[in-house]
Design a protein around this ligand. Sequence first.
Ligand SMILES: [Zn+2]
Ligand SMILES: [Zn+2]
Length: 134
Amino acid sequence: MKGSCLCGRVTLALPRSPDYIHLCNCRLCRSSGAAWGYFDPAEVKVDGEVAGYSREDLDDPWLVLHFCPRCGATTHYTASGAHPLDRIGVNTRLFAQDEIDGVGVSYRDGRCVFDEDDEFIETGTGHIGDGKAF
Ligand SMILES: [Zn+2]
Ligand SMILES: [Zn+2]
């Protein structure tokens, strides 16, 4: 499946639909407007120039948001160099609606993905809670 940013200068190609779509409530995700699908980096082909941004209000941000420098649409995120992850997030809003029809939506609490001992947890019961996880 193929998607593109609003102006069409950046295109993304995926070999399959995402397993689910993640609507995250952390500050980074809410500000980006993205609805994430997760993929192995090798599965995602991005063509076109993208710009990157990591949060400047964090000492050690985990993620780099990528977006089209012309139209501003968020295209995907990658892990920062200091925090390698085995997946990247792709903004499924850039794909035709009929391509992702039927894919379930997850509302897990992204503000709380690491607890106070830096243990990864998958539900919203952690202690970060300040919207600064990423
Ligand atoms: Zn664009
Ligand atoms: Zn998030």
